[in-house]
Write a protein that binds this ligand. Structure first.
Ligand code: SF4
Length: 187
């Protein structure tokens, strides 16, 4: 299995649950949405650390910025959980499915469903579309279920993994800062 990893904390519980099902995934880090560059490096380093701690192979693709920007360009001003995020997720899963298919993996999946802010139904429907397009199986998931998100928080703490405080793109960072400023004014 090729497991698309959006970040180390979200991957912890996914790996734990896959291993319970006797699946040893190869981790695949492809997230050109993460900005700025220092943040990208911090999140990638956290995934490297997780792969070493779990003794799992990691493949990291450090490219795709331009293509990613094109895929969300028309929706940049929409907020989180909008069409912007749908296209961002679709882009990352297309590249994952293409890579998995080209490299002869039997199945692909994603850790994106660990986050309570992500719609597993939408993610799984994109996965199902790509399954047909790239002729490779997609494993639907909802890793946040059964306290999966809480478990990911606990495991990341235990393993000393960096946990980010915004989704990834510069717009999401801005949106987070605007929310914090509003909260501060309301106090
Ligand atoms: S908020 Fe997150 S999912 Fe949405 S476009 Fe930005 S990085 Fe992608």
């Amino acid at each position: 299995m090729l497991l698309h990893v959006c970040c180390a904390p979200d991957a912890t519980v996914a790996v734990e649950r896959l291993r319970m099902a006797k699946i040893e995934p190869v981790l695949f880090f492809y997230n050109p949405n993460i900005e700025p560059e220092e943040e990208f490096d911090r999140r990638l380093q956290a995934v490297v650390k997780l792969s070493q701690l779990c003794n799992l192979k990691l493949i990291a693709l450090e490219k795709g910025k331009e293509e990613w920007h094109k895929s969300v360009a028309d929706f940049l001003n929409l907020g989180e959980r909008s069409k912007r995020c749908e296209e961002c997720i679709r882009h990352r899963l297309i590249v994952t499915a293409q890579f998995a298919s080209d490299m002869g993996y039997g199945v692909f999946a994603t850790t994106l469903t660990t986050s309570p802010k992500k719609d597993a139904k939408l993610i799984n429907s994109i996965g199902a579309e790509l399954e047909k397009q790239f002729k490779i199986s997609y494993m639907p998931s909802d890793f946040k279920k059964k306290d999966g998100f809480l478990r990911s928080v606990q495991l990341s703490r235990e393993l000393g993994l960096y946990r980010q405080n915004y989704c990834g793109c510069l717009r999401s960072l801005q949106e987070r800062e605007e929310k914090n400023a509003l909260r501060a004014r309301q106090r």
